[in-house]
Design a protein around this ligand. Structure first.
Ligand SMILES: Nc1ncnc2c1ncn2[C@@H]1O[C@H](COP(=O)(O)OP(=O)(O)OP(=O)(O)O)[C@@H](O)[C@H]1O
Ligand code: SF4
Ligand SMILES: [Mg+2]
Length: 401
């Protein structure tokens, strides 16, 4: 890949070299994505059987004219069964690109998963030799567990998990609901698509059950169109839609940002309530540390395309290790701040994503940096069975990469 001759400008020759290198790489990755492959090529094993999702050294890049944006640059974190994992970090640090990679919604050819694994434990209907689900004596159908490496799945196979096993609640529900179909039609569709043998009546009953679960009286909403509902109601419908397929993992990316404060609180209460009712896990992405503190069991802190700290919610809030996480805690507004107290603001900016340094990405903003910090990027240090941090201050505690 071409390098900049100086910090600010690229020559025409350099731009052409970048374009050529990018085009070649994008072509290779697109062909890999669109290939046909037997299931054995993307079946794998979980590292820890208690997890539902294991993101392992994920690299997702955007091949732009200016160079390669390493939006997700070696991210690893797990989502255990029946747990809520919160992901926090500054705008642009790669939270959404990581979750969109799990859903395989990264827009090619510019955006590509370049390396790493996304292991997901799916539970699906067992099929007989004719490809039909096998009924169980006590009702329902036989299921089997399979572990897929989503990163290696050809895109044509993604229907096995997207929407059904992994559902996503987006920030802006209006963009995800179809304006020309009623709420009932859209909800029924989920059941008709995913439940073998589902009739219209079964689908309607399920849709109504889901609407009730999210606090909506079905009679008022089932026949309504999306534009007839308020933002809060639409977000509830989105949650009902995500739940209708009975997914094992729900990804909620800033699910309340587009809503006003009162509705935000209601939606969060709803998610909290659902967390206890469903047999699944939630990956919750948000800027809001208060929401994380209330909802999450585990927290992942990202910075500039990397995970810089992860641990239980208690560890991250009571004993944050990374100077960035410590800064985040300080920058959170609290009820005890009086008018004269200025909100702490971490000074400085994130480095240019196209030209990342080889040392710690937080160095230019870090008040605790030492001589060592000008050296290599810090490795992950384990400070407790569940707590990890990437910072040279803890190198002496290093006992596990
Ligand atoms: N289509 C794209 N082309 C080029 N760069 C992109 C594209 N989409 C995302 N990026 C870059 O990837 C990086 C990570 O973006 P991402 O959306 O994951 O951030 P985020 O952590 O979700 O931020 P926010 O909190 O603002 O939602 C950013 O630097 C962004 O500019
Ligand atoms: S490695 Fe150094 S610069 Fe980076 S966060 Fe730790 S102390 Fe600060
Ligand atoms: Mg985002």
């Amino acid at each position: 890949m071409a390098k900049k001759t100086n910090g600010n400008y690229l020559s025409g020759k350099e731009i052409r070299a970048i374009s050529k290198a990018n085009a070649k790489e994008m072509k290779r990755l697109e062909a890999y994505k669109k290939r046909r492959a037997s299931e054995s090529e993307f079946l794998t094993q979980m590292k820890n059987n208690d997890n539902i999702l294991e993101i392992d050294d994920l690299h997702t890049f955007f091949f732009t004219e200016q160079g390669v944006v390493k939006a997700v640059n070696g991210v690893s974190y797990d989502v255990p069964k029946n747990a809520v994992v919160g992901v926090v970090g500054e705008s642009g640090c790669g939270k959404s690109v990581t979750s969109m990679s799990v859903m395989r919604l990264i827009q090619g050819p510019t955006g590509q998963i370049v390396d790493g694994s996304i292991r997901f434990k799916s539970s699906e209907y067992k099929l007989d030799e004719k490809g039909s689900p096998i009924p169980k004596a006590d009702g329902g159908y036989e299921t089997e567990e399979k572990v897929y490496d989503i990163a290696k799945m050809p895109i044509r196979e993604i229907h096995r998990i997207r929407g059904k096993q992994v559902a996503m609640i987006f920030q802006e529900p209006m963009t995800s609901l179809n304006p020309v179909f009623t709420i009932g039609q859209q909800l029924d569709e989920v059941t008709l698509l995913h439940l073998p043998g589902a009739t219209k009546e079964i689908a309607k009953a399920k849709s109504e059950e889901m609407l009730r679960l999210v606090g909506i009286i079905p009679e008022n909403v089932y026949n309504a169109f999306p534009h007839e509902l308020s933002g809060g109601m639409r977000q509830r419908v989105m949650i009902a839609m995500a739940l209708a397929a009975e997914p094992r993992l729900i990804i909620a990316d800033e699910p309340t940002t587009a809503l006003d404060v009162t509705i935000q609180a209601q939606i969060l209460d709803l998610l909290q309530d659902i967390k206890n009712k469903i047999d699944g896990s939630i990956l919750l992405i948000t800027h809001d540390l208060g929401v994380i503190a209330e909802m999450a069991d585990y927290v992942v802190v990202m910075y500039a395309g990397k995970v810089i700290e992860k641990g239980t919610v208690f560890e991250i809030f009571q004993d944050p290790k990374h100077p960035y996480t410590i800064g985040l805690q300080k920058s959170k507004p609290t009820m005890t701040l009086d008018d004269s107290t200025e909100l702490y603001n971490i000074p400085g900016n994130v480095p240019n994503p196209i030209n990342m340094p080889t040392h710690c990405y937080f160095k230019e903003r870090c008040a605790m940096c030492t001589k060592k910090c000008s050296g290599d990027y810090p490795g992950m240090v384990q400070v407790s069975p569940t707590h990890f941090v990437a910072c040279h201050l803890y190198d002496e505690e290093k006992n596990n990469g």
